[in-house]
Design a protein around this ligand. Structure first.
Ligand SMILES: [Zn+2]
Length: 94
């Protein structure tokens, strides 16, 4: 006995038009992302409070974050050059 009834509402496997992840991961160590030299970051200080800065990231990419909890200013990094200007910084505090 062969029943040729098609199941109604069957889930048709849809062909993924756009894969979620690219086949090649961009996490190459020798990438074009500029890195701040360790010696340079050693001498960098927050112009607002003279505290040290730590690596961070923001909406515009790489940033330097003030380590002072009462200051919490973030400075953007343009092509590996930190912009340590209070007028150009943004606050990490809510
Ligand atoms: Zn600061």
């Amino acid at each position: 006995m062969i029943e040729e009834t098609q199941p109604t509402g069957s889930a048709v496997p849809a062909v993924a038009a756009t894969p979620a992840a690219p086949p090649h991961a961009p996490a190459a160590p020798a990438g074009p992302t500029p890195q701040i030299e360790p010696w340079l970051r050693e001498i960098l200080r927050c112009p607002q409070c003279r505290s040290t800065l730590s690596d961070g990231s923001g909406p515009s990419g790489q940033e330097l974050h003030c380590t002072n909890a009462e200051c919490r200013l973030a400075y953007r990094v343009d092509d590996g050059i930190p912009v340590l200007l209070v007028d150009e910084s943004r606050s990490l505090a809510g």
